[in-house]
Design a binder for this molecule. Structure first.
Ligand code: ATP
Length: 448
């Protein structure tokens, strides 16, 4: 299948519009400040989106930090000393070429316009000039140059700036990684495609420090590319919607000697999902020079000091959510009725189990409430007694709830319930007392 054919097939499966509608209708994603007419491509996550986001971050954090012995966690400030950005090269290099239309005044990224004319009105465009993507603000009561600070455009620099603290306090031995999750800000010239590119977003980044040797670098670079690709597939991306693309020499960032993008097949075509970059010792060297600190590591075995090299996998939380939602989205027919079903990996599903009384009488609602309370101590739950049972199942299918527990007349006799599977729609009977264990086996981390 060519790229073009694949894109067409993708478009037919799920359009961005369908997903955006579902997200709005069910409280997954809302446009920010909608009551004031919105604030250009800024989004808020509703109750279900908030759960999904937490689950995506947790899936990353558990696998990148908690379940490994060679990675530490960090949570550095959004504001860093302004010299950080001078040293990292962001003040000088973190720019996109921008052109203005002399007629309608719209602004475009020069590399995104095809010809010399304005794509909107056909007007004449100015020559390209560099536009810095960092947001500026002032720290403290005085608004002058001395108090200018920037909102971080990536989380990575907080890790490099803490390198000495980590080495001094954590008894680390190479190779080791330092990971963090947090908000980043980029004053993108054009935002696009729902939560794919926004000006405020969250990143999950890890700096993996290694011995400064070519063989080590190549080995760990390949390791992280494969580890990250595998993670995406295990949590729900279709393997044929993911590809690895090496950057050509002329597209590499100022700090990188090699980068592989994991690209995902969005409805609008292939686009970056995550980047895995070789950063060498660029950042530590720069900060050492700018701060006058050593920022080196003492290799006990080799009895020498050096600055480690770095491999960095960097992923956007919001972009990952978009990809997981796109691949989860499905439409099928159950009992002659069309349904939308989000086939989320159970670990990512916002609600793990919904509880329903079949009838609103005979003690069933009270029993269902009690079962829900028991399950809520272990899982995110929903309770629904409104409308036909079929309608209630559809409502949960649409937001990807993997399991449903139904209380029926038999429950009132023998304390068993049915457990319905979202994907197969099949039901099995279990004693209420076994539910937590059964569900743990299906949605717990051990099942991931
Ligand atoms: P792009 O080429 O799409 O602008 P980039 O190469 O500048 O992205 P990186 O600096 O490598 O992106 O950032 C790492 C990850 O952070 C990206 O792979 C993406 O998932 C996420 N990301 C970057 N910019 C944005 C943004 N404006 N909105 C949402 N996510 C973003």
């Amino acid at each position: 299948m060519s790229d073009e054919q694949a894109t067409t097939a993708r478009k037919n499966a799920v359009t961005m519009e369908k997903l955006v509608n579902l997200c709005k209708r069910r409280g997954i994603v809302f446009p920010t400040s909608e009551i004031y007419g919105g604030l250009g491509s800024t989004y808020d996550y509703g109750p279900l989106g908030t759960e999904l986001k937490r689950n995506v971050k947790e899936a990353w954090w558990r696998e990148m930090v908690q379940s490994r012995s060679d990675v530490l966690g960090l949570d550095s400030a959004i504001f860093q000393h302004p010299r950080t950005w001078e040293a990292s090269g962001h003040l000088e290099n973190f720019t996109d070429p921008m052109v203005d239309c002399k007629n309608c005044k719209l602004r475009f990224r020069a590399d995104k316009v095809a010809g010399p004319q304005c794509p909107e009105c056909g007007g004449e465009l100015t020559p390209a000039r560099q536009f810095n993507l960092m947001f500026k603000t002032f720290m403290g009561p005085v608004e002058d140059t001395a108090s200018t600070v920037f909102l971080r455009p990536e989380t990575a620099q907080g890790i490099f700036a803490n390198f000495q603290n980590l080495v001094d306090t954590q008894r680390v031995k190479l190779p080791f990684g330092v990971a963090q999750i947090g908000k980043s800000f980029r004053n993108e010239i054009t935002t696009e495609n729902f939560i794919f590119r926004t000006r405020e977003f969250e990143q999950m980044e890890m700096e993996f420090f290694i011995k400064p040797e070519t063989g080590e670098e190549e080995k760990w670079y390949r390791y992280w590319v494969e580890f990250r690709a595998d993670w995406h597939v295990r949590y729900g991306l279709r393997a044929d919607h993911l590809r690895r693309r090496e950057h050509a020499a002329d597209e590499l960032s100022h700090y990188s000697s090699g980068t592989t993008d994991l690209e995902y097949l969005y409805p609008f075509g292939w686009g970056e999902l995550e980047g895995i970059a070789k950063r060498g010792s660029f950042d530590l060297d720069q900060h050492a020079r700018a701060s006058g600190r050593d920022l080196s590591y003492f290799d006990e075995d080799a009895k020498r000091r050096y600055r480690p090299w770095v491999i960095e996998p960097a992923l956007g939380v919001d972009r990952a959510m978009l990809a997981f939602m796109l691949d989860a989205y499905d439409e099928d027919v159950v009992e002659n009725e069309e349904r939308i079903v989000m086939r989320f990996n159970p670990r990512l599903a916002p609600i793990k189990v919904a509880v329903y009384p079949l009838l609103r009488k005979g003690g069933q609602p009270e029993k269902a409430v009690a079962v829900r309370e028991m399950l809520a101590r272990h899982f995110t739950t929903a309770y629904d007694q409104a409308g036909s049972i079929g309608r209630r199942y559809r409502r949960q299918d649409e937001v990807g709830t993997p399991f449903g527990v139904t209380i029926d007349h038999q429950t009132m006799e023998d304390d068993t319930v049915t457990l319905r599977d979202r994907d197969t729609t099949r039901q099995e009977r279990y004693p209420i007392g076994a539910l937590v264990e059964v569900l743990n086996g299906k949605v717990g981390w051990a099942a991931a």
